[in-house]
Ligand binder design. Structure first.
Ligand SMILES: *Cc1c(COP(=O)(O)O)cnc(C)c1O
Length: 237
């Protein structure tokens, strides 16, 4: 797979610190081109399938937010890390709620009230409060996420459960069609406007530039920081 870092003609960076530096530089340009302050947009490093050493290397290079899709995978990998915010970005299974609350700082992927209730209960049990985001479905290929029309109602119900809802997460459609991507990202932006909060988590390695143009405040980047994934699995587990 060829990493599209928008650097045609330049040789591809090969180390994690190099990739991160490239990404930050390009983010600065893309943000300014969209009339935005680069500091408004955080980079979340998605560490799935990557070894703990890679995570430590990225943190040493200044990465402050990291994310995983599976509790199991994060358990050893995320133990005793230097100060960093840990985001859960996978499907929330109610029987894993306690492990998610114990191991993470933010849950980005709450898409139904049952998941919210289980998380709220686990937070009370563990005496720990996490921010949560509402995962909104903006892609026909995506199995999870609440429909955009239902996002505001879900956020209200989650707040009634005592949860600190701080924005929206969405996964863009897998498409080369810029207009389709733009329409999908606008739906995420509208849901974010309706829900409120401080985080619009939008954009991955292939589509973060468009996401920044559509108001993303946090891009979730795996391969463009860590390189190819270490095991065969879909990009959208
Ligand atoms: C894997 C994953 C990412 C990062 O994907 P890349 O294309 O490698 O940047 C972002 N968000 C979610 C929810 C993911 O599962």
């Amino acid at each position: 797979m060829r990493l599209d870092l928008g650097a045609a003609g330049r040789s591809a960076p090969t180390t994690i610190p190099e990739r991160l530096t490239m990404l930050r530089k390009e983010l600065e340009g893309v943000a300014r081109a969209a009339g935005r302050e680069p500091s408004e947009i955080a980079i979340l490093g998605v560490t799935k399938t990557q070894p703990r050493e890679a995570v430590l290397e990225a943190i040493a290079a200044g990465l402050q937010d990291i994310g995983e899709n599976y509790v199991q995978e994060a358990r050893e990998k995320y133990r005793d890390l230097p100060p960093v915010r840990k985001h859960f970005i996978g499907h929330v299974q109610t029987n894993k709620a306690k492990a998610i609350v114990a191991g993470f700082d933010v849950v980005q992927s709450v898409d139904r009230i049952e998941a919210g209730r289980a998380l709220a209960k686990a937070m009370r049990t563990l005496g720990k409060r996490l921010k949560v985001l509402v995962q909104v479905n903006i892609s026909p290929a995506e199995r999870f996420g609440v429909a955009p029309e239902g996002a505001a109602a879900l956020a209200a119900a989650l707040r009634d459960e005592g949860l600190d809802v701080d924005g929206v997460m969405a996964i863009g459609p897998i498409t080369e069609d810029r207009a389709q991507l733009a329409a999908a990202f606008e739906r995420a932006r509208e849901a974010f406007a309706a829900i409120g909060g401080s985080i619009l988590s939008l954009g991955m390695s292939a589509d973060w530039r468009e996401a920044v143009a559509h108001g993303s405040t946090m891009i979730r980047i795996g391969t463009a920081i860590f390189g190819p994934r270490h095991s065969a699995e879909g990009t959208h587990p």
